[in-house]
Design a protein around this ligand. Structure first.
Ligand SMILES: [Zn+2]
Length: 107
């Protein structure tokens, strides 16, 4: 029972925290949770980097260049970001999720 309440609080916490984005010309040495880093310059970004939202702390790298598969599209809306398609880790924690309007949607 306590565990269920605890899980509910964790979910609530995660639900209310939105992913924002930051631009960087290289992958930062220190990355923050709830942030998707768009790596590139002069308005051209070739990689999105974020800490895995499952809690495993792994840094996830998503290619943004459409000449290489797989690649992701990003949409910036105000302070929040969406990424498509879903992010599916085939190794480690095997997390599978969407980032939609700054929210993690687990698959
Ligand atoms: Zn993970």
């Amino acid at each position: 029972m306590l565990r269920k309440i605890f899980d509910w609080f964790i979910q609530l916490f995660h639900r209310e925290k939105l992913y924002k984005y930051e631009f960087a010309d290289d992958i930062p040495d220190k990355t923050s949770p709830y942030t998707v880093y768009l790596i590139g310059n002069q308005g051209y970004y070739w990689q999105a980097v974020m800490i895995c939202p499952c809690g495993c702390r792994k840094l996830l790298h998503m290619n943004l260049m459409d000449d290489y598969d797989p690649y992701w599209n990003y949409i910036l809306d105000g302070k929040v970001i969406s990424l498509a398609p879903s992010i599916n880790r085939l190794v480690g924690c095997k997390s599978h999720f969407f980032v939609t309007n700054g929210k993690i949607e687990w698959c």
